[in-house]
Design a binder for this molecule. Structure first.
Ligand code: 4AD
Ligand code: MG
Length: 465
C-alpha cells in the first residue's frame, strides 16, 4: 500500500517504498525518450520532488502532457534514488492524478522564472508557491516556534493580551479606532462631539499598539511572562521597516533590572538564530545564495560574539567623532535615526549593539527614571542591516514618580488607573522588551523589505486579500 508522505520526508523512507505525494506542479519537462519529468512541491521543504511519468500511464497524453505550473496532482509510485543531478530521490509514478487544473496557463502568475518582489506582493495569495516565499514561510514558522520554546523552557507563561483596547500603551497616539458607529450618521453629544458612549463598548476603543501594559499586570503575579501576538500602528511611515500590522514578542520579567533585560535579549536572539539555522538549513542556504550573501555567516557570528553594550551618551559621542556626514546630525537629546543605528552596527562595531539609558524626553512614560532624571532605563537592540529590532526598558515601579511623569506628559491618569494600581499594590522592580517579529524575520532571511516578511502585509493605502 502507498503511504502518503510530505515530500520532504522522501529521504526518511526506504528507497523502494511505494509512496504518495500530493502538491502543486512547479515545472514539466517532456523527454524525447517518452516520459515526462514533473517537479512537485507540497511546501514541506525547499526543493520540490521530481516525479517521472512514463508514456505508458493511461492519462499520459490526455492529461500529464497538459500539466502546467500550478496544477495540483496526487502522484503514487516507487521512491527511487535519483540518477539526475539536483535531487536525492524521485518518484517513478504508477499514477498521476490531476486534482485541479490551471484554467488558462498563460494567466497563471507564478511562472518558473524570477519574479520581482513588487510583482509578487500583487499576487499575495499565490506567492507562497514560489521558492522565496516558501522559504520565508518556513523560516518564520521555525522562528515563532523557537520563541515559544525559549520562553517555555525558562518557565515563562504566554499571556494572550487583548487586541481591542481603551488605552494607548505607548502614549504615541497612533492607534487605529475600532468602532461600529455609522460613519455617515455619527451620534453627537450636546456639545457636538462624537458620542462614543453610544459605541459598542460604551467608550472609544482602538487596536492595541503593544500588549505591554496588560502583560505587566500578569508579570506582577506570575513573575515571568510574555505576549506574542499582532499589534497595530497607524503611523504613516511608508518604509521598508514599518508595517501597520505586525507581530510583537514582549517578555516581562519581575524582580529584574535593565542589565538582566539586556542579558535576556541577547540570550533570546542567539537561541532563535541557532534554532533557525539548525531547522532550516536548505532555506537558509537559499537566502545566502540568492538574497543576502552573508545570511548564514552573520547569524553564526552573532551567535558566537557577545553583543556590544554602549550608553546612549557614548553612542552619540561615537557618531559625532565619526567624521561622517549624516542627514540628521547626532546630538544628545535626539532620537537615533536609522542611519545612526546602521553606522553603529555596520561600520563602527560591526556587531549587534545594545544602546542603554536614553534621554528621558524621547522615551515612553513607563520607563524608569534615573537618579539625575536626565535619562531613563531604556534599551534598544540594534542589528546590522536593520537598525532597531528590540525596544525595552526597566519599568517605573515607584508610584509617585510614575504619576509625576504622567502628569508632565499630560496623560489622562484616570484611563490608566488600573496600570497605576500595579504600583499601589505590591510593586516590584520589573523590566521587559518588545521584539518586532517581522524585523527579526527580515534580518534572518535578508529579505530587505518588511512587507516580504509577513504573509499579508498591511501598509498605508493597502489592505487587499
Ligand atoms: O519600540 P517599540 O515601540 O516598543 C514597544 O512597543 C514596547 N511596548 C515594547 C515593550 O517594552 N514591551 O516597539 C518594539 C519593537 C521595535 O523595536 C520594532 O522591532 C517593532 O516593535 N516595531 C515595528 N515593526 C514593524 N512595523 C512597525 N510599525 C513597528 N513599530 C515597532
Ligand atoms: Mg522603539
Amino acid at each position: 500500500a502507498a503511504s502518503s508522505i510530505k515530500h520532504c520526508l522522501a529521504g526518511d523512507v526506504p528507497a523502494g517504498s511505494t509512496v504518495t505525494v500530493q502538491g502543486w506542479v512547479r515545472t514539466r519537462r517532456d523527454s524525447k525518450a517518452g516520459f515526462s519529468f514533473l517537479t512537485v512541491s507540497d511546501g514541506s521543504c525547499f526543493d520540490p520532488i521530481q516525479v517521472v511519468a512514463r508514456a505508458e500511464l493511461d492519462n499520459y497524453a490526455s492529461e500529464i502532457q497538459k500539466l502546467s505550473p500550478g496544477c495540483s496532482v496526487r502522484c503514487t509510485g516507487e521512491l527511487v534514488e535519483s540518477r539526475g543531478r539536483g535531487q536525492a530521490f524521485e518518484i517513478q509514478a504508477d499514477s498521476v492524478e490531476v486534482m485541479g487544473w490551471v484554467e488558462d496557463p498563460d494567466t497563471y502568475p507564478i511562472q518558473p522564472k524570477q519574479h520581482s518582489f513588487e510583482f509578487l506582493r500583487d499576487v499575495g495569495h499565490l506567492r507562497p508557491r514560489t521558492n522565496t516565499f516558501g522559504a520565508v514561510t518556513r523560516v518564520r514558522n521555525a522562528a515563532a516556534h523557537a520563541i515559544h520554546r525559549f520562553f517555555h523552557e525558562r518557565g515563562y507563561y504566554w499571556i494572550n493580551t487583548p487586541i481591542i483596547t481603551g488605552s494607548d500603551a505607548e502614549g504615541a497616539g497612533n492607534m487605529f479606532r475600532v468602532s461600529t458607529l455609522d460613519m455617515a450618521n455619527l451620534p453627537r453629544t450636546d456639545a457636538g462631539d462624537i458620542d462614543f458612549g453610544k459605541d459598542f463598548f460604551g467608550r472609544e476603543t482602538f487596536l492595541t499598539v503593544s500588549g505591554q501594559l496588560n502583560v505587566e499586570a500578569y508579570c506582577l503575579s506570575m513573575s515571568n511572562v510574555y505576549t506574542f501576538g499582532p499589534t497595530f500602528r497607524a503611523e504613516n511611515s511608508n518604509t521598508t521597516r514599518h508595517l501597520a500590522e505586525f507581530w510583537m514578542v514582549e517578555p516581562e520579567v519581575a524582580f529584574a533590572d535593565l542589565d538582566d533585560l539586556a542579558n535576556l535579549a541577547e540570550t533570546f536572539l542567539k537561541y532563535v538564530f541557532e534554532a533557525v539555522l539548525a531547522e532550516c538549513p536548505d532555506d537558509m542556504a537559499f537566502f545566502a545564495q540568492r538574497i543576502e550573501p552573508t545570511a548564514i555567516e552573520r547569524l553564526e557570528s552573532v551567535i558566537k560574539a557577545p553583543f556590544v553594550r554602549v550608553d546612549y551618551a557614548e553612542a552619540i559621542e561615537i557618531l559625532q567623532a565619526s567624521g561622517k556626514t549624516f542627514e540628521y546630525s547626532p546630538e544628545w537629546g535626539l532620537d537615533l535615526q536609522t542611519e545612526h543605528e546602521r553606522y553603529l552596527t555596520e561600520v563602527h562595531f560591526k556587531a549587534p549593539v545594545i544602546v542603554l539609558n536614553y534621554p528621558t524626553e524621547i522615551k515612553a512614560f513607563y520607563m524608569r527614571l534615573s537618579d539625575d532624571e536626565r535619562t531613563v532605563a531604556a534599551m534598544d537592540v540594534l542589528a546590522p542591516g536593520i537598525g532597531e529590532i528590540i525596544g525595552g526598558a526597566q519599568r517605573e515601579e515607584r508610584l509617585d514618580v510614575l504619576e509625576r511623569r504622567m502628569d508632565e506628559l499630560g496623560l489622562d491618569k484616570e484611563g490608566y488607573d488600573w496600570y497605576i494600581d500595579l504600583r499601589r499594590y505590591g510593586t516590584v522592580p520589573h523590566a521587559g522588551f518588545g521584539l518586532g517579529f517581522e524585523r527579526l524575520v527580515s534580518y534572518i532571511t535578508g529579505m530587505s523589505n518588511i512587507r516580504d516578511a509577513i504573509p499579508y502585509p498591511r501598509v498605508p493605502g493597502r489592505a487587499d486579500f
